[in-house]
Design a binder for this molecule. Structure first.
Ligand code: FE2
Length: 223
């Protein structure tokens, strides 16, 4: 037998081993991201109710509060990621709105989303090429749920934990509506919306007179 010729049986074995190895590699390649993601607890950001104080048509701005705005200054930064928790999403539209430090929104007409007039402590912005955003604002105040809100009547008078509302949209992803909470807020535990979303509460760092927080959004894929 030609010493350079490999027996068919050996070829078969080699081929099976090779294919097996490829499958493992392919499988490993295919599974690597989900497995890594799973070990990091990768999940799409949990959605939340829109709430009664959303308004259409707010100005494009990342600085929601000027220097005259009462309250503790807050800088929020972060990245919008795709569902793998690692691919940034540039050009995602972020809408943000919140109460002032006294717990008041710029409208006292709950549910009147198209109410025109002056916008305050609201803004729209796009994530940059790295999927990142930065918002300057103040810490929002807590507020009681007003009476007679359709669907929320049984919660009237309940104090909501401090929160900031967000809607995050990008054409290849499922739009996200959520509220960002702050760890240590004693009103989170009994809140019907914040209580079961611990991942949507962030810790804040004190930086002189500033407070800083980081939150990364993870959007589900639309397909
Ligand atoms: Fe709110």
């Amino acid at each position: 037998m030609d010493k350079h010729r490999i027996p068919a049986a050996d070829l078969g074995i080699s081929r099976r081993l090779f294919l097996h190895g490829s499958a493992v590699m392919l499988g490993g390649g295919l599974l690597a991201r989900p497995l890594l993601a799973a070990t990091r607890g990768c999940q799409a950001t949990a959605g939340d109710i829109l709430g009664p104080y959303y308004r259409f048509g707010v100005p494009f701005q990342t600085r929601l509060a000027g220097p005259e705005e009462p309250g503790e200054r807050l800088i929020l930064t972060g990245t919008v990621y795709s569902s793998d928790c690692r691919s940034p999403v540039p050009g995602a539209l972020i809408e943000v709105w919140q109460a002032n430090s006294a717990g008041l929104y710029d409208t006292q007409k709950p549910g009147n989303f198209t109410d025109s007039g002056t916008f305050h402590l609201r803004g729209m912005l796009y994530t940059d090429e790295q999927g990142q955003y930065r918002i300057e604002t103040v810490m929002p105040g807590r507020y009681p749920i007003p009476p007679n809100l359709p669907g929320l009547e049984k919660y009237a008078g309940m104090t909501r934990p401090a929160h900031i509302h967000f809607r995050v949209m990008e054409s290849l992803h499922v739009p996200l509506t959520m509220q960002l909470y702050f760890k240590g807020d004693p009103f989170i535990a009994k809140d019907p919306w914040a209580g079961d979303k611990p991942a949507n509460a962030i810790a804040l760092e004190q930086d002189g007179k500033l407070r800083r927080g980081v939150f990364d959004f993870v959007l589900a894929r639309g397909f």
